[in-house]
Design a protein around this ligand. Structure first.
Ligand code: PEP
Ligand code: MN
Length: 339
């Protein structure tokens, strides 16, 4: 299957910004022999801070229609309600996407599905902010039941309480399980919102290709440093084209069950690795408090509490033996570090 490439700015800022982005993307696709299947832009942005830039709003639709007509690239816009669907229809916008914030609310999603019923819109559904596959598949089913012919999913990662190098945790096993459950559904990856920083985007984009994703949605701005939202994660069109050109599009997904298990393991390893380091950092902080208060480094009762936390699988004796070795190592190292 041919991959689907979507690019464009996080937010529609001005007519000039949209036309400049589209012109540069069009030049890049021509020069590099790659296709751009959709141009993306958020007209209405749901931002966390009340005084952040929220997109150009309704007026962006005229500009996006101009992009669509001038460059003959279908445009996709995020919609959060039926009124926005109506406006997109009025301006002949080809595709809509449901954002991760809307995607947590089945009532709002159903209202949007009712608003697009039997229309020619392509609809892309991002994963919800919470790692709940049923919520995601439920949203997708709402659009299939509304007779939308072209429905796609977009994986953009999941906010995580744990500190992570990425803005959102990939939890690859979730979109891969979606692929198992809905093998006909194209699933794209949005490495921009997943990574939160351009530094990691090419690597994550390649990983998504290896996992058999059907395409990418990438945030592109002609002057990323001047972007009014998500500046750190926007690539310029030349960087985007270079990334797409260098992707290795072979994938190793013949055995989807194995891919799923490996991606679950990857997620577990990422968590263990993050947590173990966090634990050591916490040990350092405790050492500072002990030192300041003249408390002894080794406190046997305290360690007994730790050992108990790891004794939850007594039935598995060989595992408990492993845990004893592991805890010995952990304890010795913690003491050395505190000294
Ligand atoms: C976006 O793509 O502009 C966006 C807001 O994404 P998400 O809903 O994934 O946060
Ligand atoms: Mn964004």
């Amino acid at each position: 299957m041919e991959r689907i490439w979507i690019a464009g700015p996080c937010a529609a800022e001005s007519r000039e910004q949209l036309l400049e982005t589209a012109a540069q993307l069009a030049d890049q696709t021509r020069e590099n022999g790659i296709s751009l299947h959709y141009f993306r832009a958020g007209a209405w942005k749901a931002r966390s801070a009340p005084d952040s830039f929220t997109g150009a709003g309704d007026s962006a639709l005229t500009w996006l229609q101009e992009v669509q007509n001038t460059y003959r690239i279908p445009v996709c816009v995020e919609v959060m309600n039926a009124h926005q669907v109506e406006l997109c229809a009025k301006y002949d916008i080809h595709a809509l996407w449901i954002g991760a914030r809307t995607s947590v609310n089945p009532i709002e999603v159903q209202q949007i599905a009712d608003a697009v019923r039997h229309s020619a819109f392509t609809v892309m559904i991002k994963n919800p902010m919470i790692p709940d596959l049923k919520l995601w598949t439920g949203n997708i089913e709402r659009f299939l039941q509304a007779d939308i012919l072209n429905v796609m999913a977009i994986h953009r990662g999941f906010p995580d309480v744990q500190e992570n190098i990425f803005r959102n945790a990939p939890f690859w096993h979730i979109p891969i399980e979606l692929k198992v459950q809905m093998p006909e559904l194209p699933i794209l990856c949005d490495p921009s919102h997943l990574c939160g920083n351009v530094e990691w985007i090419p690597e994550v984009a390649q990983l998504a290709m290896n996992y058999g994703f059907n395409g990418l949605m990438v945030e592109c701005h002609p002057h990323p440093e001047q972007a009014l939202s998500d500046a750190e994660q926007q690539m310029n069109p030349a960087e985007w084209a270079a990334m797409i050109r260098h992707l290795d599009l072979r994938n190793d997904t013949a055995n989807l069950e194995l891919v799923k298990q490996r991606s679950t393991l990857e997620n577990i390893d990422n968590q263990i690795s993050t947590l173990l380091y966090q634990r050591m950092k916490m040990v350092d902080e405790i050492a500072d408090i002990k030192r300041a208060n003249h408390i002894a480094v080794v406190q046997p009762q305290q360690w007994q509490q730790v050992v108990k936390r790891y004794a939850k699988h007594q039935e598995d004796t060989s595992y408990q033996e492993f845990i004893e070795h592991f805890l010995d190592l952990l304890h010795q190292y913690s003491i050395e570090r505190q000294k």
